[in-house]
Design a protein around this ligand. Sequence first.
Ligand code: NAD
Length: 486
Amino acid sequence: MKIYSPFISGAFVDWDGETLPSVDPASGRVWCKVARCNAQTADRAIRNAERAFRSGPWAKSGPTERADMLDQLADALEARWEDLIAPEIRDNGKRIAEVRGQFAGLHNWFRYFAAEARKLQPEPQANTITGVQSVGHHVPYGVVVAITPWNSPLMILAWKLAPALAAGNTVVVKPSEMASASTLEFARLAHEAGLPPGVLNVVTGLGHEVGEALVRHPLTRKVTFTGSDFGGRKVAEAASAGVVPAVLELGGKSPQVVFADCDLDNAVNGILSGIFLSNGQTCVAGSRLIVEARLKEKLVSRLIDRARALKIGDPVDPQTQIAPLANEPHLRKVTAMIERAKDDGADCLLDGTLTAADREGFYVGPTVFGNVRPDMQLWREEVFGPVLAVTPFTTEDEAIALANDSDYGLAAGVWTSDADKGARVARAIEAGTVYINHYRSVDPASPIGGVKLSGYGRELGPDAIKDFCQVKSIWTGTAPVPDPFP
Ligand code: NAD
């Protein structure tokens, strides 16, 4: 069986320590093992990253050389992205149509930040003091630790890696213990594309072991984390102990607010994509459907008809529309939350534990609950699975209050044909991203991130490179220094 060892300083290092199994969610069988790295491995990776930051070709490079390097990596991704598909599907069971969609565009994240790096210039500061000029220089932090989840390992890695490298940092990645293989294969590809040794390193293992050791390492200068709010809190605590800044991209319980005047076909497509793509395992999953009461029955029956017809199947079958959940603990969590919603008195209108019951592997089909109240677990907690909670409203104010009645604030959708109402409601909803008559798009030029328990800081967008830099102000005297004690 394939055993993946950590990737440090441009090579897979020898590993004779403990390993962790990676289970194929479509069969429930172990398909590879990854190193269970410890604090020692974390130290080795960070020290190699620090060395590459201080000396060698990367340390000597300016923004233009780094941009050229990212373009070279983007070229390699355009040529070889299909090589990365199999390990990701076997690790997390994402259906092939979605993985192909993500990977065919992976190079775009690197091209965008290569172009942004070329624009990075020192910025003269408009200080008011005569006889001296000051200029702000964007300097990289040093070693950045990037910690990623299992749902979209490579796309989320690209969001972190492209701006971090464009800024001139070096990076140590800790992918999820549930889905590490595609990240290791990516590191190999990046090195073959010419990324100097030590610039990108990958250590694998458990979050509270090697993940925390990376965050707490005295040479770590910045942390970027995507994962659960539980993990995010731990990372924030560990980072704050070393006075290290952390960006946290955490979970969500995103509302879809649907007014009776919406274009119903559009809304149905948007809601289905929001909650059932990736089988609900996306941070922006539109999991709370807040619908105007007079549209509720019509909308819900359309959604259920469409959801019931979705083809559940093997992730590698291009016809599959609903693939398994990513791992067994997650299957247990999702099914427990479905049972709890029933016990709490929500109406189970479509039960995905029944439609997928005859399958091997970690399957749950689309599930819809009606009459979900804000005091129920299903309203308050992230399922991260294909479970839609439906609640009616009668007034715009009530819809906004329901949308904001959440500890999370990652994304939201608003569906209406009234442009003023759409803009008004979008402004009133507390979320990092609001889509009007649309859902789910992400683009390198558009920042994403959350409010409240969904985290802090932003990824992507034109300022993302600067977020991976610190401004150093350099002052230059242009006139004689006056005698301070005349
Ligand atoms: P998780 O928090 O369990 O793990 C995420 C990563 O953090 C893993 O690599 C894990 O090993 C590591 N980790 C866990 N505890 C740690 C610790 N104490 N110190 C250091 N590292 C630690 O999350 P998950 O189950 O892998 O992913 C699902 C979650 O991710 C969901 O809540 C989802 O909403 C969220 N997510 C958010 C976004 C976003 O952009 N906001 C995107 C995708 C997923």
